[in-house]
Write a protein that binds this ligand. Structure first.
Ligand code: ARG
Length: 459
């Protein structure tokens, strides 16, 4: 099989080399980007009188046929063609003849792959943003029903202060909003066209890089060709952004796993999104959030992989860079299916509000409220109030009750300055609603937050 670059070689490539060297079995995923890139390049070459109008028509029709062949599955992907760029150009030339051989004027595979891969990543940035928005909308629907549903707020995984369930979900909405902003800013920063950089140094042909950038939807043209053909920051950025997003997803997943356990019983995942055990007939397992947690690891692996590939690479293009694609494809596909299944799992889960609020009756969740009462109503310094409250907690433990149920007489025995208005401070609901500071958990503040995210999604 003759190579496109075989001119200076006297012996053919070994089959082993083909297997080792080829990227065609995975970079074929970029066929749309590659064909669109070739079309834009040919259109520009025609305007610049480097190709004739008739050559352009032949190239255009030929590329259309190649695309149809790929999409109908008859296109033959051969590892001897090395990569999709050569596979497609070779087939084009087989269909249209000499005009096909002119397409590669003023370009190189180095700028071609940079264009294709960058455009794939840019497109995926936007698709992931859309999927994140759908997930946020679904979470908002659930949250809007639970602005009064009490749930223990935790630190160190210990009961801390009562919050409401919508407030808890709202914390994840804030994370996902930041994720969206990261994908969007990365898209903006990297919408820069590499086409026309050729191998590394530009080209003596009279090309118009602005024209191809515009045809391909890039916002601008890259500044330095040497940088451009070896720059993979855009790929690292999407890997980092997916990693951070998956880290957020893994935290929510961990909570879904905990909440669906017998020990918590705060939610029940739907049958549709739960799995059974092959041996224990009673089991209903949260495989979905567990896998989401697990898949976070493989995405981090892809990020570390590409960072390491790029480390210490001399300028400009090096074949090492061919290792950039599989990790990104895998991370992107993992991100997309993860967002979709998480949305469905949340949409179909059952929220056990009663169990959430019962759990708030364990662990003296309103202890801080007693201390705050002593400060606000009795003018006691906070440190002293903290100590008095500690004694009230110890008394409740002794009585085997929760602090929110303690009788006034016990509190007054501890400190006579305590009045009967203390009791309303101690109720769990009151405790949650007392946190009215900006960004706090009170139902009113939580509703403001949900409204903020709703407005954000409407923008
Ligand atoms: N298959 C290569 C890659 O994915 C395309 C660019 C190859 N360029 C070269 N001069 N060998 O990176």
């Amino acid at each position: 099989m003759e190579k496109m670059w075989s001119g200076r070689f006297s012996a053919g490539a070994s089959n082993l080399l083909d297997q080792f060297n080829a990227s065609i079995m995975f970079d074929r995923k970029l066929y749309r980007e590659d064909i669109e890139g070739s079309l834009a390049h040919a259109q520009m070459l025609t305007k610049q009188n480097i190709l004739t109008e008739s050559e352009f028509i032949q190239i255009k029709n030929g590329l259309k046929q190649v695309k149809d062949e790929i999409e109908s599955g008859v296109f033959e992907w051969k590892i001897s063609d090395e990569d999709l760029h050569m596979g497609i150009e070779k087939r084009l030339t087989a269909i249209i003849g000499d005009a096909g051989k002119k397409l590669h004027t003023a370009r190189s595979r180095n700028d071609q792959v940079a264009v294709d891969f960058r455009r794939y990543v840019l497109r995926k940035n936007l698709e992931i943003v859309d999927a994140l928005k759908l997930l946020m909308s679904e979470m908002l629907l659930v949250a809007s029903k639970h602005t009064e549903t009490l749930i223990p707020g935790m630190t160190h995984l210990q009961h801390a202060q009562p919050i409401n369930f919508a407030f808890h979900l709202s914390a994840y909405l804030a994370m996902f909003k930041r994720d969206i902003e990261r994908f969007e800013s990365s898209h903006e920063r990297n919408s820069v066209s590499p086409l026309g950089c050729a191998a590394l140094a530009g080209t003596p042909h009279n090309i118009d890089r602005d024209m191809t950038a515009e045809l391909l939807g890039f916002n601008s043209v890259s500044v330095n060709c040497l940088d451009t053909v070896s720059d993979r920051d855009f790929a690292l950025e999407i890997l980092f952004n997916i990693s951070t997003m998956m880290m957020h997803i893994s935290r929510l997943s961990e909570e879904l796993v905990l909440w669906s356990s017998y020990e918590f019983k705060f939610i029940e995942l739907s049958d549709e999104y739960s799995t059974g055990s092959s041996i224990m007939p009673q089991k209903k397992n949260p495989d979905v959030p567990e896998l989401l947690r697990g898949k976070t690891g493989r995405v981090y692996g892809s990020l570390m992989g590409l960072l390491t590939v790029m480390k210490a690479l001399p300028l400009a293009y090096n074949k090492d860079t061919q290792e950039d694609k599989e990790g990104v494809f895998d991370a992107v596909e993992t991100a997309q299916i993860s967002l979709e299944i998480l949305k469905e799992a949340i949409k179909t889960m059952q929220v056990k509000s009663h169990n959430m609020s019962s759990a708030c009756k364990v662990g003296h969740l309103s202890a801080t409220d007693l201390a705050d009462y002593l400060v606000q109503k009795c003018d006691i310094p906070f440190r002293e109030a903290h100590f008095i409250t500690g004694r009230a907690v110890a008394k409740s433990e002794e009585l085997k009750i929760d602090l929110s149920d303690i009788e006034l007489k016990y509190l007054q025995e501890i400190d006579a300055r305590i009045g009967k208005d203390v009791l309303e401070f101690l109720s769990i609901e009151n405790s949650m609603n007392a946190r009215t500071s900006q960004g706090g958990t009170s139902t009113k503040r939580t509703k403001e937050q949900l409204e903020y995210f709703e407005n954000y999604l409407k923008e």
